[in-house]
Design a protein around this ligand. Structure first.
Ligand code: COA
Length: 173
């Protein structure tokens, strides 16, 4: 599966992506905004483990790298939830800092959200954002996501308790 953006391609992760992944992912400003399982520092060993996970068959439909100029320069995933939440996809994304501010993530979120509704059969796509990340909130709002609520002091990052903002988009709205 490949989704084409104006100046990037979304495609499954593959062997050979490890070095560029480790290069772009090794950035505290990225890790600070993601779940703790995204490590900092981000080593080649971390990259190898991630690529091993992503090359499992089930991942290839929902977990993509953002390829820019031939490099795996970021990641975007829409992970279908389970059981009674199985029509919800949980969206997450990051991009190497050298490419920030060029509109790539805004476009990638649009591509993946449409893909989730049309190809994966999902009815809701949601994303949670930490309170200190207005750029990500802006990306979601530009794509028609609504801020549904603020889960107070739900996140513990860098020794601080911060609020989690829940954004979601419903198919057809
Ligand atoms: C958040 C992130 C994905 C945004 O990537 P990006 O390539 O800069 O995104 P885009 O260029 O598509 O859009 C960013 C938007 O936020 C705006 N923005 C940037 N910094 C901002 C700030 N401090 N306050 C408000 N808006 C801001 C930009 O102006 C742009 O909006 P515009 O198109 O209306 O001008 C990127 O910074 C990143 O990878 N951060 C670390 C990981 C992360 O936060 N992931 C998301 C977790 S929820």
């Amino acid at each position: 599966m490949e989704l084409k953006g104006s100046n990037f391609t979304l495609r499954p992760w593959r062997k050979g992506d490890e070095e560029s992944l480790a290069k772009h992912a090794n950035n505290e400003k990225i890790a600070d905004n993601l779940a703790d399982r995204f490590p900092h520092p981000y080593t080649l060993k971390d990259a190898k483990e991630w690529i091993k996970h992503c090359t499992e068959e089930a991942q290839k439909k929902t977990n993509f790298t953002i390829e820019v100029g031939g490099e795996a320069a970021g990641g975007i995933e829409v992970k279908p939830d389970k059981e009674e939440k199985k029509y919800t996809g949980v969206l997450g994304y990051w991009l190497g800092e050298e490419h920030w501010g060029k509109g790539m993530i805004s476009e990638a979120v649009n591509l993946v959200t449409n893909y989730a509704f049309t190809e994966l059969g999902l009815e809701r796509v949601e994303a949670s954002v930490f309170e200190y990340n207005p750029a990500s909130m802006r990306v979601l709002e530009k794509n028609g996501f609504e801020k549904e609520g603020v889960l107070r002091k739900r996140i513990f990052k860098n020794n601080n308790l911060v609020d989690e903002y829940m954004f979601a988009k419903i198919k057809g709205e």
